[in-house]
Design a protein around this ligand. Structure first.
Ligand code: GLV
Length: 328
């Protein structure tokens, strides 16, 4: 008899078909996000869940899902998982690292450049029919080449951004991370480790790529923004909640920093209303990993984790492998 799984959001039909070869699948191809109560109800009799960052897996949900053995997240970030609670109940969590690294780093750079060169602001101006004549300072922005790129959070994606900045744009790269990288990795990225304060004070473009956790909540708030140069740009492709969005909107309005590029927001898909009214911000809807090949690779990896674990006992990218050691 096939094991039962839930695919909590719509996914590529080919990936769903592959899962259906192995499992009895309840799917959500109509793609209405499930409430916590609906998710708990759906997971009551399921052994596996294919989740996205929008499904919160916590102790309360786990208590309602006694058969659950694995939640395979189609995301590299997993702050929607209460991993200690999952481990305590012997539920494996998996994510999708590596397959999205270069695509996400590309997007970090796209957002950095769009922000520095005021691409969306100038497009809005043009579309609104306001372009009557050329002028010498029209949408004059910030240079990218030869400036200082700061990276907060130097994991795989941060390193990808550093390489692009150093090797492609001749930028001086500085970074801050919980732990310093090995010298060989620093050399590959041409990146210099600095304190968080030096990073904030020195970067011309500061890119946030750190995971969200209670420790990184509002890692960039009013005090940190106040340390940044008035000419600096801030890019957040990490997670909502790492930046205090109200403080950022105030800094953008007061122009104590030049501009921001944001792909993630506190409480998304809702945005702080002030972010919608300041002109010097580029806003995108959490799409940093969204290319067709990469989203497909992420979906395939999440599916492979479900098949690998529930069919063959071998998940590919476990987050809490201690669950496997317990031999559940
Ligand atoms: C996207 O935000 C991810 O974590 O993959």
């Amino acid at each position: 008899m096939k094991k039962k799984i839930l695919v909590a959001r719509a996914v590529f039909p080919e990936v769903l078909a592959r899962l259906e070869q192995h499992f009895e699948v309840a799917s959500n191809q109509q793609d209405e996000p499930l409430t916590a109560a609906q998710l708990a109800d759906q997971l009551r009799d399921k052994e596996g869940a294919f989740t996205t960052g929008g499904e919160r897996i916590d102790a309360q949900l786990l208590a309602a899902a006694p058969a659950l053995k694995i939640c395979a997240n189609m995301a590299v970030g997993y702050n929607n998982f209460d991993l200690p609670a999952m481990t305590a109940r012997g539920v494996l969590g998996t994510n999708t690292p590596d397959v999205l690294t270069e695509t996400t780093a590309d997007f970090g750079f796209a957002l950095l450049m769009a922000t520095a060169r005021r691409v969306t602001e100038s497009e809005h101006f043009l579309r609104a029919g306001k372009w009557q004549r050329w002028s010498y300072d029209m949408f004059a922005g910030s240079d990218v080449h030869g400036t200082t790129l700061g990276i907060l959070g130097m994991g795989r994606i941060g390193q990808g951004i550093a390489r692009r900045g150093a090797h492609g744009f001749g930028m001086a790269v500085i970074y801050h991370n919980r732990s310093r990288l090995p010298a060989a990795t620093e050399a590959q990225c041409k990146a210099r480790y600095v304190s968080k304060e030096e990073l904030l004070r020195t970067a011309d473009h500061l890119v946030l790529v750190l995971p969200y956790s209670p420790e990184s909540h509002h890692a960039i708030g009013a005090a940190e923004l106040a340390l940044m140069k008035p000419t600096a740009n801030l890019i957040n492709i990490a997670r909502g909640g790492i930046v205090d969005d109200a403080a950022l909107a105030a800094a953008l309005r007061a122009r104590t920093i030049a501009a921001a590029g944001l792909d993630v927001y506190e409480g998304e898909p809702k945005l702080h209303p002030d972010l919608l009214t300041v002109p010097n911000v580029v806003l995108t809807p959490h799409i940093a990993s969204s290319t067709v090949p990469t989203r497909r690779a992420m979906a395939d990896l999440a599916a492979d984790n479900l098949i690998g674990f529930l069919v063959n006992g071998k998940p590919l990218t476990p987050l809490n492998p201690e669950v496997l050691a317990k031999g559940r």
